[in-house]
Design a binder for this molecule. Structure first.
Ligand code: 13P
Length: 254
């Protein structure tokens, strides 16, 4: 059984950047990174820039991701975006259950699980986010919270889908705050998640699922985080908006 997990580093641009900005950033990343690394690299621009970024990425090894999708396949849902529509723009990955969506859009574990299923139905791979708040960590509830999020956010997926999922552990208190989890804190939660995956889905699946760390990942802390045994990549926010910092993080990932 091969337990090698290909590192995966994704840039979550969040609600930043116009189309010209997205084109420019994508060109710099593409020219600097294509074929340079064994790490899977995913750019997740806003919906409005997906098409422009897809065009810039043609012929490169960088992949396209979206930041959200509807749990429904199509229909009268004004303002929503369906998985099939993303797939038609060359999108391969989609972030689901980011803490900003859980917090500001009341996304529950059950909804996140339906979004993950909708992604798979259109051939997309979900990046399923979870993580505790500062209050939950200080109360000693981190494992209880992320354990419940893990089970709930993957509910109803088939075994062959679970194995393909990418998980992203993003402690809410580390997002956009400049406070990174220490490498030991990250490793401890990642190991817990892998143990819970083993309980729920078996050793082979648990050994194959990639778990990214997210929360103030920067070039100067990336190496320590990314060399932890259960940290298989990073989900990068702020530092993914500059070609040099995102590229530096990727160079620390392989
Ligand atoms: P920052 O890297 O800006 O802390 O954001 C992390 C994040 O939320 C990525 O999804």
């Amino acid at each position: 059984m091969d337990h090698h997990r290909q590192p995966i580093v994704a840039g979550n641009w969040k609600m930043n950047g116009t189309v010209p900005f997205a084109r420019e950033l994508t060109r710099s990343l593409r020219d600097g990174l294509t074929g340079q690394t064994d790490t899977e690299i995913v750019l997740c621009p806003p919906f409005t820039a997906l098409d422009a970024v897809a065009r810039e990425l043609e012929g490169s090894t960088l992949l396209l991701g979206a930041q959200n999708l509807s749990e429904r396949p199509a229909g009268a849902f004004t303002g929503e975006i369906a998985a099939e529509q993303l797939a038609s723009l060359q999108v391969r990955y989609v972030i689901v259950g980011h803490s900003e969506r859980r917090q500001y859009h009341q996304e529950s574990d059950a909804l996140v699980a339906r979004k993950a299923a909708a992604a798979f139905a259109a051939g997309l791979t979900p990046i399923v986010c979870l993580g505790e708040t500062l209050e939950e960590r200080e109360a000693g509830n981190t494992e209880q919270i992320v354990g419940r999020q893990l089970t709930g956010s993957l509910a109803g997926l088939a075994a062959e889908q679970i194995v393909q999922c990418v998980l992203a552990y993003e402690p809410v208190w580390a997002i956009g705050t400049g406070k990174t989890a220490s490498a030991a804190q990250a490793q401890s939660v990642h190991a817990f998640l892998r143990a819970r995956l083993t309980e729920n889905h078996g050793l082979e699946t648990a050994a194959a699922v990639r778990i990214q760390y997210g929360g103030s990942v920067k070039p100067d802390n990336a190496r320590e985080l990314l060399t932890q045994p259960d940290v298989d990549g990073a989900l990068v926010g702020g530092a993914s908006l500059k070609a040099d910092s995102f590229s530096a993080i990727i160079r620390h990932s392989a």
